[in-house]
Write a protein that binds this ligand. Structure first.
Ligand SMILES: Nc1ncnc2c1ncn2[C@@H]1O[C@H](COP(=O)(O)OP(=O)(O)O)[C@@H](O)[C@H]1O
Ligand SMILES: [Mg+2]
Length: 330
């Protein structure tokens, strides 16, 4: 394994496999999450890159997992998946060199450029981009398991907004017959977790499939539609007391309502007076967030519906771009 060379307290070089050497700029942090820190870096030609550092001592399993998924992704190429240039495990760190998205993640983008994405057409475009990435991942038998706004990067390519799915720390490479293979380790982030994460089997285990990504993508879409200026993206029900005061998220609420035979097992009902686009968007989100995982449509189907939606006549005039896209439990 090549050794790293410390140049100064603020930079260091990682010699990366065949792709050459990269310099990390520790003073230019792009972001950090539960498991890693991402810094700005440069390649040997001076081109900017993003470099993620994951500490193996602190996040052993996640680091090893992300390393393996990055190695797989490095050989795959898709416009809606972050491009991995190089990945190496060195001493007690995993380093992943990837394409830099200067606009950052979706949360940051909505914060910095709210008015560029406040109309329904742009929002549906973002949902389409996200679903295209997910369709590709699922087609490659990879479950992401942590879809949410901060794991979705924003870029501009060829004059339009481009979404890149990232953060593969919790991703799982499935068997080729991935649609039937169940997973059982806890994953995901609280507000985007599907109800089956709280449903214990008789031996106390959980059991779920890649349809959890459809659920999380449905709630991320909801968060995009509900975006309010200056506030972080987050899916909410019309009556926030249900999800906030009682410390529940939407998935948990669905499970409790289901077990107690209460209404509120699904979300996103259309109201009288909703225009056709609003109705279609809500219906799509309702399907993606269906309580029963087997009833959630595959990513490919969702993508087809989003494309139809984008081509709907009159989408620009639609009233979905109200400041708050309300949904109620039903
Ligand atoms: N390629 C990139 N370009 C720009 N910003 C990035 C890039 N990768 C990650 N980030 C920023 O760093 C944050 C953390 O990265 P992420 O891979 O999600 O780490 P974690 O596993 O710790 O959640 C992201 O939410 C985003 O804001
Ligand atoms: Mg993350």
């Amino acid at each position: 394994m090549p050794s790293s060379t410390k140049l100064s307290p603020s930079t260091c070089c990682i010699p990366a496999d065949q792709s050459g050497e990269y310099t990390i700029h520790f003073t230019q942090q792009l972001g950090s999450g539960t498991f890693g820190t991402v810094y700005k870096g440069t390649d040997k030609n001076g081109q900017h890159v993003a470099i993620k550092q994951i500490n193996v001592d602190r996040h052993g399993k996640v680091a090893t997992n992300e390393y393996a998924t990055f190695l797989r992704l490095k050989h795959l190429d898709h416009d809606n998946i972050i491009k991995i240039y190089s990945v190496l495990s060195h001493r007690n760190n995993v380093w992943a060199v990837m394409q830099l998205c200067p606009y950052g993640d979706m949360n940051k983008y909505f914060n910095d450029h709210f008015h560029d994405v406040s109309n329904i057409k742009e929002k549906v475009h973002l949902i389409q981009e996200m679903t295209t990435g997910l369709t590709f991942l699922h087609g490659e038998d990879i479950a992401h398991r942590d879809i949410k706004p901060t794991n979705i990067l924003v870029n501009y390519e060829c004059g339009s907004l481009r979404i890149k799915l990232t953060d593969f720390g919790l991703a799982r490479c499935l068997d080729p017959d991935g649609s039937t293979s169940a997973m059982s380790t806890d994953a995901g982030t609280f507000h985007y977790k599907a109800p089956e994460f709280w449903k214990k089997t008789s031996n106390g285990a959980i059991r779920y499939h890649k349809s959890i990504d459809i659920f999380a993508t449905g709630l991320t879409s909801l968060a995009i539609l509900q975006a309010r200026e200056g506030e972080p993206l987050r899916p909410e029900l019309e009556d926030p007391a249900v999800s906030v005061v009682s410390g529940m998220n939407i998935g948990m609420m669905m499970l409790i309502n289901n077990q107690m035979n209460l209404p509120g097992v699904n979300v996103a009902v259309s109201k009288d007076g909703d225009c056709p686009v609003t109705k279609s968007v809500k219906e799509l989100i309702r399907k993606m967030t269906t309580f029963n995982p087997a009833d959630r449509p595959p990513a490919k189907w969702v993508l087809m519906k989003v494309k139809e939606l984008k081509d709907t006549k009159g989408i620009l005039e639609s009233r979905v771009n109200e400041p708050y896209f309300k949904v109620v439990p039903t």
